[in-house]
Design a protein around this ligand. Structure first.
Ligand code: PLP
Length: 429
């Protein structure tokens, strides 16, 4: 295929392409990326004096091993030579089976069954469907609402949007149209018994209509990059058990080591009934996500009038993505990922500390491989992004947040550059 110049690409982009959370085509000004390797994105043309940017975002939490990794390339190429896709209804194949078994092995007991789908949002759709279908199958259809935290984010398709924080979040437009769920206040950073008591009370009060509680464990991501005490997960687990409500943990952003434990639930030693995974599952290579559940949930569904999980879009269990996911999980576990994330945490803590002295900065917080600078005002996104690019760093600030989650393989010098980029963005935004 002939290569377009950067100018031609941008012209076509402006004419036709709708970007995520973008205004009408033609009103955005994206940077053109030609290629990526390691932690670097290569731009088609010099921008703010840079032709290469260190990716501080891991492509939205996913590219934990960096780009163009020989092991993942090899896994993809080998699988391409066998089959890139085959329908998953009535057929099975080694990459999907291997991946499912591997995920069961590394996630908390008693998660044992795996539905492989194609995006985080769909894995949340499937999780909600599993929970509602479970109660229907047991003859309790009134249990069909979800309880979640304000400040949460679970994706952009219909059910996931209904469990995102409608206020201040991205889906306020759809209030009144989406299924009505029950919201608890966002969890405080530190453990507060009075807040925990409120959670218990809310779950108890709505138990008859609650199918499940769904939350992001330890870190609420796109809803505000807030961290909270893992103790709340124990409170949720106990209250769900006491009141016969399922617990869904959405580990799409936090899974595969990002918070310092392989899964954030492990900070609390809690196992959910249903767990959602995505993003770093394939090391950011291909679009795949997974919903895991316990035998209790699967057995319940299979006792129903419709004893199947009625979900099966075309690209479920895609072998190419599954093969890369297997390689990505192996790659992660073979390395000392815990040490890598610890190193990121130390580097981010040291490197971002000076941001605390900037005017307009409310708080600097770091957990595992996540660094957040919260401003006391809405960031000027364009100015903040440009300032980071000038430092040679790719960031994507939103609302009052300048934040990073670099690939685990980011070296010390590059990490220091990433921190300079964040500070420059926070100062400019
Ligand atoms: N859940 C959480 C916690 C997320 O952070 C995201 C994406 O940012 C999603 C769900 C949705 O995943 P996807 O963007 O792959 O649909």
């Amino acid at each position: 295929m002939p290569e377009y110049s950067a100018g031609e690409l941008l012209a076509l982009d402006r004419a036709h392409v709708w970007h995520p959370y973008g205004p009408m085509p033609g009103r955005t000004d994206p940077l053109v990326v030609r290629s990526a390797s390691g932690v670097r994105l290569r731009l088609a043309e010099e921008t703010e004096g840079r032709t290469e940017l260190i990716d501080g975002m891991s492509s939205w939490w996913s590219a934990v091993h960096g780009y163009n990794h020989p092991v993942l390339n090899e896994a993809a190429t080998a699988q391409l030579g066998r089959m890139s896709h085959v329908m998953f209804g009535g057929l099975t194949h080694e990459p999907a089976v291997r991946l499912a078994a591997r995920l069961v092995e590394i996630t908390p007991e008693p998660l044992r069954h795996v539905f492989l789908c194609d995006s985080g949002s769909v894995s949340v759709e499937v999780a909600v469907k599993m929970c509602l279908q479970y109660w229907r199958s047991l003859g309790r259809p009134a249990k069909r609402r979800m309880l979640t935290w304000r400040g949460g984010y679970h994706g952009d398709t219909w059910q996931p949007m209904s469990v995102c924080d409608p206020e201040g979040g991205m889906h306020g437009l759809w209030q009144g149209v989406l299924p009505e769920q029950i919201f608890a206040p966002a969890p405080p950073a530190a453990f507060e018994e009075s807040y925990a008591e409120g959670l218990r009370e809310l779950i108890g009060r709505h138990a008859d209509e609650l199918a499940a509680v769904i939350v992001e464990p330890v870190v609420q991501g796109a809803g505000g990059m807030r961290f909270h005490s893992p103790e709340y997960l124990r409170v949720l687990r106990e209250a769900c058990d006491e009141h016969d409500v399922l617990l869904v943990l959405d580990e799409i952003a936090t899974g595969f080591g990002r918070t310092g434990e392989l899964f954030a639930a492990e900070h609390a030693g809690v196992a959910p009934d249903v767990m959602c995974l995505g993003k770093a599952l394939t090391g950011g290579y291909l679009t795949m996500a997974a919903t895991l559940c316990t035998p209790r949930v699967a057995d319940g569904i299979s006792r129903g009038e419709v004893p199947v999980l009625a979900h099966g879009p075309t690209f479920m269990g895609n072998p190419l993505a599954a093969a890369v996911a297997c390689a990505s999980v192996d790659l992660l576990l073979e390395r000392d990922w815990r040490q890598e994330v610890k190193r990121l945490e130390t580097g981010l803590r040291e490197g971002l500390a000076p941001a605390g002295d900037l005017p307009g900065v409310r708080e600097v917080r770091v957990l595992g491989g996540i660094g957040v600078v919260q401003l006391d005002h809405r960031a000027d996104m364009a100015a903040a992004t440009r300032a980071a690019v000038r430092e040679g760093v790719w960031l994507r600030p939103f609302r009052d947040l300048v934040y990073v989650m670099p690939p685990y393989v980011t070296g010390e010098e590059d990490l220091a550059t990433v921190c300079h980029g964040v500070i420059a963005a926070a100062a400019a935004g």
